[in-house]
Design a protein around this ligand. Structure first.
Ligand code: URA
Length: 438
């Protein structure tokens, strides 16, 4: 097979056969397909898309590009959650121990930051000692004992996604419905999950800006996930402002601790509870979302979720004393304040630009080899619809010695739009979808 011909075929909008897709993906992993050829192919997919059957085939090829975990020795339904990516989305770090405290088994395989969005593994790296590289045996043992584990992709677990994810991150090819589906579902199916709740984000900080595209992504995730044998539902949630207050790895872990102590920003808590309630219903641990919600709120308020969090962190080598001694989490030494230039209402936030601002401080990657600074980031104190006074602090910028500070300030000044008038607070959850949704 001729690689440039396959790229051309996709560029012209034709569907590739299973054999052709296998040739390209296998070749990329073996080195026969050069990175520049794969990046051209990804850009062709970005513009031309994949047909539904082609996307399902790509997902299966990626899923079986390495080992798949067999969790059949663990009784019950193994249920997981995955987000399509957002700014300030630290939900997984609360959710995994929360549903485990309710008796669920959550085998979570997470990724690194992608584009302007944060990555769960990068947030976990901010916890001293945390190890995400468990062997399959360790993963299974921990799920049996603790009920949750969050691991990353090792070289032999869905290596196709590991390589493609990193390449999409730096070639502006993330925002493709089919590539997102293949990336997420290949990992979820290979992790041994039987059920999956998708948090499909839409808005200025999501990969799908419009509700229509986000809905199309949710439907395709449900269709392909179902074809792979999982029970899948999705919540469409808004990402027109960061989730919670913090953006940046250590800062987000601190917000996680607040939520697990029964406090924290209400949007982070509410979305976590809502996704968790869906998970408990999938796992048949609750007969309705309303019952499940109540149960999870109780577990957050009575400290059970926090106890499970400490158990989980310790099981993966992390220091559980970060809960009692937050100084164990390193924050950047320097602070700067972004103040409102005038009195008015916050009309909108360009959330992508807020994510990019955190990245230029060092919280995310601009090129594949960038090393993150977990200690930097943002606290966004105000929400869309809030009225603010002139000079009021809108954002606290945590930086290290001014690195990226000027660029971050410029991005933030443009991202937060102040003006006259009233704006209704943004709804958090827009819709629930499952395989029966038309
Ligand atoms: N999360 C993933 O795992 N992959 C994507 O492509 C987007 C979000």
């Amino acid at each position: 097979m001729n690689i440039p011909e396959l790229i051309r075929k996709k560029r012209e909008g034709e569907a590739l056969s299973e054999e052709e897709l296998r040739f390209l993906i296998g070749g990329f992993l073996s080195g026969a397909v050069e990175p520049y050829q794969m990046s051209a192919f990804l850009m062709a997919v970005y513009f031309r898309g994949l047909e539904p059957a082609e996307a399902a085939t790509l997902t299966k090829i990626m899923m079986t590009s390495g080992r798949c975990y067999d969790l059949s020795s663990i009784p019950g339904i193994k249920v997981d959650k995955h987000s399509t990516g957002g700014v300030g989305d630290k939900v997984s770090l609360v959710l995994a121990p929360l549903v485990a405290a309710a008796g669920a088994v959550d085998p979570m395989v997470s990724g690194r930051a992608l584009g302007h969005t944060g990555g769960t593994l990068d947030k976990l790296d901010a916890i001293p000692g945390y190890r995400w590289d468990l062997t399959e045996e360790q993963f299974i043992r921990q799920l049996e004992k603790v009920g949750c584990a969050i691991i990353g992709q090792t070289d032999d677990f869905v290596p196709a996604d590991k390589r493609l994810y990193a390449m999409r991150d730096v070639t502006a090819t993330v925002e493709s419905i089919q590539l997102i589906c293949a990336s997420i579902l290949s990992k979820k199916a290979a992790s041994g999950a039987n059920a999956l709740v998708m948090d499909v984000k839409c808005g200025s900080g999501a990969f799908m800006a419009s509700e229509q595209d986000a809905r199309a992504l949710a439907k395709q995730l449900i269709a392909i996930g179902t074809e792979l044998g999982m029970s899948v539902s999705a919540l469409l949630t808004q990402m027109n402002q960061p989730l919670g207050v913090t953006v940046g790895n250590t800062l987000e872990v601190l917000e996680v601790l607040d939520i697990l102590e029964g406090g924290g920003p209400s949007d982070t808590r509410d979305i976590t509870v809502e996704l968790g309630a869906e998970m408990l219903v999938h796992a048949r641990l609750a007969d309705s979302v309303a019952h499940a919600r109540k149960r999870l709120e109780g577990l957050l308020d009575d400290g059970s979720a926090m106890a499970k969090f400490q158990e989980w962190i310790a099981a993966q080598g992390g220091n559980p004393r970060i809960v009692e001694n937050r100084a164990l989490l390193e924050l950047a030494p320097d602070r700067d304040l972004l103040r409102a230039s005038r009195a008015g209402t916050i009309l909108s936030m360009n959330t992508r630009q807020i994510g990019v601002a955190a990245n230029v401080l060092g919280a995310g990657r601009v090129v594949q080899s960038d090393v993150l600074d977990h200690a930097v980031g943002l606290e966004v104190h105000r929400r869309v619809g809030d009225e603010v006074a002139a000079g009021e602090v809108l954002v606290t910028i945590h930086h290290r010695g001014g690195r990226g500070l000027e660029a971050a300030r410029r991005l933030l000044e443009n991202a937060i739009v102040l003006g006259e008038g009233r704006v209704a607070p943004l709804p958090l959850i827009l819709e629930r979808l499952d395989k029966n949704t038309r």
